[in-house]
Every structure is written in C-alpha cells, then in structure tokens.
Ligand binder design. Structure first.
Ligand code: HEM
Length: 150
C-alpha cells in the first residue's frame, strides 16, 4: 500500500506536467494557424465538434483535468487510509483540495481572465505537493519486509 501511495502521488505530479505540455502545444498550434491567416470565430471556438490545430490538446487537457486526474486522486485518497503513512491522509486530501481549486479556476478563468494566472500557479503548487507526498514514503518503508538474520 505504501508503494501504491508513492506511485500514485508521482503519477499525479506527472499528469500535472502533461497538462502544461498539452495546453502549450494547443496554444502554439493555434497561434501558428491564426498567424498563417486563418480566422477563428466565436461560433467555431465554442463548437465542441470543430476541428482546428490544437483542438486535440484542448480536448485532452479537459479530459485529463476533469476525468483522469480526479480518478487517480480519489484512488490516492482511498489508498492513503490503508497505507498508514504518517500524515499520508492529510497530504492526499491536500492534493484533492488543490485539484478541486484547479478545476474551479480552469472554468472561472474563462469568465474572469484577470485571475486566470492562478490556474497556472496552483498547478505548480499541486505538482510540488504531489512530489512531497510521494517522498514521504522512503524506499526502505515500502511494502517489502526485510528480515535481518541474527
Ligand atoms: C491538475 C492540473 C490541471 C487541471 C485539473 C486543469 C483543468 C482545467 C480545466 C477544467 C480547464 C477548463 C477547460 C475548458 O474550459 O474546457 C482548464 C483550462 C485551462 N488550463 Fe488547465 N488544468 C491543469 C493544469 C494546467 C496547467 C499546468 C496549465 C498551464 C501551465 C493550464 C492551463 C490552462 C489554460 C490556458 C486553460 C484555458 C484553456 C481554454 O481557454 O480553453 N492548466 N484547465
């Protein structure tokens, strides 16, 4: 259970990095598309079936953020109750709290662009907390029991 806790925490940290990579890809692809002369109207932008360079990244950012990371985080919270890591539950719940804030900020950012930067900052906080949570389980304390012959 301790190993599972550590792996899940690191997976969450990795998924936050994936989120950054996806959104940077999407906006640079969109930038080039518009710079090359294309026009994105509000109707195209808000059409979930529309396809233009970068749409795959936006779609994956949404899926990863609203579906995949929440599922992995909820599993981490459940595992934390059985892993018996000092402070493990507290750290897992902190990641869950930061994730909820991150999703709210992701949607609010569209309506209030002035606070959208908090979505980027909170992602880095979440990354650091996930790494620190994983590091709370030293290799020696993982599930393997070492028997010392006397
Ligand atoms: C746990 C990590 C993250 C989660 C759960 C998350 C979640 C979300 C959600 C739910 C949205 C709204 C999607 C929509 O309106 O369709 C969003 C939008 C956005 N996110 Fe994230 N995000 C994460 C990390 C990041 C990171 C690391 C960055 C950049 C460094 C980022 C940049 C953005 C941007 C620029 C948007 C606006 C996209 C748009 O206008 O369509 N996100 N995010």
């Amino acid at each position: 259970m301790k190993s599972t806790y550590r792996i899940l925490a690191y997976v969450i940290a990795g998924l936050v990095v994936v989120q950054a990579a996806l959104i940077v890809y999407s906006f640079s692809a969109l930038d080039k598309y518009i710079s090359d002369g294309a026009t994105i109207t509000p109707a195209i932008w808000n059409d979930t079936n529309a396809s233009f360079p970068g749409t795959i990244g936006f779609a994956l950012h949404w899926f990863d953020g609203v579906m995949f990371i929440p599922v992995v985080t909820l599993i981490l919270v459940v595992v934390s109750f059985f892993a018996k890591i000092p402070g493990g539950v507290k750290w897992a719940l902190s990641i869950l709290g930061l994730l909820i804030l991150q999703i709210v900020l992701g949607f609010v950012a569209r309506a209030v662009p002035g606070i959208s930067w908090l979505h980027g900052v909170n992602a880095f906080v979440m990354f650091v907390v996930a790494v620190l949570a994983g590091r709370r389980v030293p290799q020696a304390q993982s599930d393997t029991t070492v028997t010392v012959a006397t």
